[in-house]
Design a protein around this ligand. Structure first.
Ligand code: BGC
Length: 375
């Protein structure tokens, strides 16, 4: 009798552990840990067509995203680690992360606002990148899951956090909709004038994370112009037409077609790592189509919508295969691409760019929608 009870107990433990496993194969327990005295967890969103997305409140990171191909087969199409320790110990590539307070670079970590000089943490010599040494990508967010589809993350970033003025209260909502969209909504308010540029740093490979490179992905960018950079990837301040250059994605073309062209801009970025100026209609504030990426092999098709004026197209030029991701797969050179909706890099030092200043009393709001289908 005792043996039978024990066997039953063991079977129950086995079933309940197994049930906890996600379709992606990730075990949420591998994320359950206290960091900086705060509880880190993995949250799972699901929709009725079988998509599954997991997000950790460590850095607001999208850890996995299961998306069907033409035949309905689900594959995890975002780069990341299958345990929290991966995010805590790896070379920082910002896999899946919420980026703030400022997406991309601020030259020499310096800017002036209302005649006051600010000095930011330098973490990408000589510049400040993605919010500094301990940006939003490595903060522990408060998390509340609302049903199967929605996760709400909040954070209070103290005055002068990484050198940025004002106490900033931020909310990010991740929603996995029944239309197979990953919708990300950002809002924030500040106690002092500040600058802000929030984005998400998910790396996509529509073949599946770790399954080769993205050079065959077909890309369309709804952008007639882009902002060229200097050798440290800071915009020069000019806005140039893409026409006739390797930066013209106004007609869909494979990412790899011109990536190795002899071109100073491509040399600076080791490939594409540039901000594109989105074509906007008169109601420029509204969410509109920014980009489309498709994979001819799997049929996966991803549209990107935003209300932001720009999008950073980065194609994993700094991945070196040292990063061993989910399922022990190495993430090699150009094995994924990021499409980060944003205001332009280094805007605080470019009054000619759309403003990134947020003042007390105003609400910052930004939206990014990645919509999946098959073709
Ligand atoms: C930037 C790259 C940077 C990468 C870090 C991208 O948003 O544009 O220059 O190396 O983030 O992972």
């Amino acid at each position: 009798m005792k043996i039978l009870t024990l066997a039953l107990f063991a079977a129950l433990v086995f079933v309940s552990c197994n049930q906890r496993k996600l379709v992606s194969g990730i075990n949420p327990e591998a994320f359950y840990k206290k960091v900086d005295g705060k509880q880190v967890e993995l949250f799972t969103l699901r929709n009725k067509s079988g998509m599954e997305m997991s997000v950790t409140n460590y850095g607001g990171r999208i850890v996995s995203l299961m998306v069907p191909d033409r035949s309905g087969k689900l594959e995890d199409i975002v780069l990341g680690y299958d345990r929290l320790s991966g995010y805590l110990t790896s070379t920082e590539q910002y896999f899946g992360a919420a980026i703030g307070r400022y997406g991309n670079r601020i030259a020499n970590g310096l800017f002036k606002l209302d005649n006051l000089d600010y000095k930011l943490a330098i973490n990408n010599t000589p510049n400040s990148l993605h919010g500094g040494i301990k940006g939003f990508s490595s903060k522990i967010w408060n998390a509340v899951q609302n049903g199967d589809n929605e996760l709400e993350l909040t954070l209070v970033s103290p005055d002068m956090d990484e050198g940025y003025p004002g106490e900033l209260s931020v909310m990010i909502i991740y929603r996995l909709t029944e239309k197979n969209e990953v919708a990300i909504f950002y809002s924030a308010k500040t106690t002092k004038p500040t600058v802000i540029n929030l984005t998400n740093h998910t790396y996509f490979n529509l073949h599946g994370a770790g399954n080769g490179d993205i050079l065959d992905h077909i890309l369309y960018l709804n952008a007639d112009k882009y902002t060229p950079v200097n050798s440290t990837l800071i915009p020069t301040g000019t806005i140039e037409q893409v026409k006739g250059s390797p930066f013209d994605f106004t007609t869909p073309v494979a990412v790899g077609t011109r990536i190795n062209d002899k071109n100073e801009q491509l040399a600076f970025g080791l490939g594409y790592d540039h901000n594109f100026v989105l074509n906007k209609t008169k109601d420029g504030e509204k969410v509109s189509l920014a980009a489309v990426v498709s994979d001819p092999i799997s049929g996966r098709y991803m549209e990107v919508y935003t209300n932001e004026p720009g999008i950073q197209f980065y194609c994993g030029n700094f991945l070196k295969g040292k990063e061993i991701g989910k399922g022990n797969k190495p993430y090699n050179f150009r094995s994924a691409l990021c499409l980060e909706t944003q205001h332009f890099p280094d805007s605080p030092n470019h009054p000619e760019f759309p403003t990134v200043v947020l003042r007390p009393g105003a609400i910052y709001s930004s939206a990014c929608v990645y919509k999946f289908s098959v073709k």
